[in-house]
Design a protein around this ligand. Structure first.
Ligand code: RAM
Length: 360
């Protein structure tokens, strides 16, 4: 019988050598491997909601980008929960939101280190799949949080809110601010980012509604979650489209850089800006009249839910199947939805009236 430790040795081998070589050295594919291949939908074994929460596990967090305050906050939430549950936390990850090869090698590193579970915010929907499947084959539970991969490449996805709600409400917020009229642009993160691209699809769909007939999306620009590139892209948008009335930036790095540019320019208060930002980053731009309203969820709660999901998976309380439920500590009970998606909840809209109530 194949033991977990043998599988893990093979994982380490696969991570450092070619997959084919590892498969040969480890005796090829087993029935169990095949069962595991399906990810969320086909996870091996049945969930036991009454199983004890395992302690002494190691959970690795791999954000899109380590030096992004949004992920610092998310991963701190994850760390706190992992420690509270009696397990060990580690964080690895690239400094650039476009270093997909770097993310792949961090997945392989975590596999080699034989962590029990990993929580990953994917820079790209497909690029991490082979590495993540290899991790799952080796008994490592894989949770994506914030930005998903394909459903068969992870056990569950912890989503910040409904992607549809986020996309549609950002258009609604901007439409109200510009009186449903004029040219608008989107300043996104990386061109491959699963989360931003999903939200943008819903924004485009929302714009099809006849009530937006006088609004026109003229461009989607990419600032790569880099402050300087996002600042320059904002400047470029205003040069290219002098009649621009508003910008939606569904990234905390992008919206902050765009606000910084607008606030020091003649467009301050005239070109409207909304999207997803942290209250702490955006406070001064709300107070100085650059930004009226924007939205976000609490990143530390997202990290906490990712950690609790990872540990529930590693403890056998859930497998990632639709309909399974689990208790995420004081956060309460969560039910796994279609395709293994778990929704954190509703985002909050921040404006001059409520922004001082939030500190993240
Ligand atoms: C950035 C990242 C992250 C996204 C937030 C809103 O920090 O792109 O993935 O969820 O913005």
């Amino acid at each position: 019988m194949r033991t977990a430790s043998l599988r893990r040795t093979c994982a380490a081998l696969a991570a450092v050598t070619s997959l084919a070589l590892a498969a040969t050295a480890c005796g090829g594919t087993t029935k169990e491997d095949v069962r595991n291949e399906g990810g969320a939908a086909a996870s091996a074994g049945k969930a036991d909601p009454n199983a004890a929460t395992k302690k002494g596990l190691t959970v690795g967090f791999l954000p899109k980008q380590v030096n992004n305050p949004y992920f610092t906050s998310a991963d701190k939430g994850g760390e706190k929960a992992v420690k509270e549950l009696g397990s060990s936390f580690k964080e690895v990850g690239p400094t650039s939101a476009t270093d997909t090869a770097g993310q792949v090698s961090y997945v392989n590193t975590l596999t080699q280190q034989q962590v029990d579970a990993m929580a990953v915010s994917a820079q790209d929907p497909g690029a991490l799949c082979t590495a993540l499947k290899q991790a799952m084959k080796n008994d490592i539970k894989v949770v994506t949080y914030d930005s998903d991969t394909k459903p068969d490449c992870r056990n569950a996805f912890v989503s910040q809110a409904s992607a549809e709600d986020l996309g549609r409400t950002e258009v609604q917020l901007l439409a109200e601010q510009i009186g449903y009229k004029g040219e608008i642009a989107i300043l996104s993160a990386a061109q491959t980012a699963t989360n931003q691209n999903t939200w943008i699809e819903f924004m485009k769909d929302e714009l099809q509604d006849p009530k937006y007939k006088d609004m026109k999306l003229v461009k989607v620009a990419y600032g790569n979650d880099d402050a300087q590139q996002s600042f320059q892209q904002t400047q470029g948008l205003l040069q290219e489209y002098p009649n621009l009335k508003g910008i939606i930036s569904p990234t905390t790095v992008g919206i902050k850089a765009a606000a910084q540019y607008l606030s020091g320019s003649k467009y301050k208060g005239k070109v409207k800006l909304t999207g997803l930002g942290t209250p702490n980053d955006m406070r001064k731009y709300v107070k100085n009249g650059t930004v009226e309203a924007f939205e976000l969820w609490d990143p530390s709660k997202l990290g906490e839910l990712a950690a609790r999901t990872a540990i529930a998976l590693a403890s056998g309380q859930i497998t990632g199947q639709e309909g399974e439920t689990f208790t995420a500590g004081a956060m309460g009970e969560y039910t796994i939805g279609e395709d293994g998606v778990i929704n954190l909840g509703k985002p909050t809209v921040f404006n001059a009236e409520n922004i001082d109530q939030f500190d993240f």
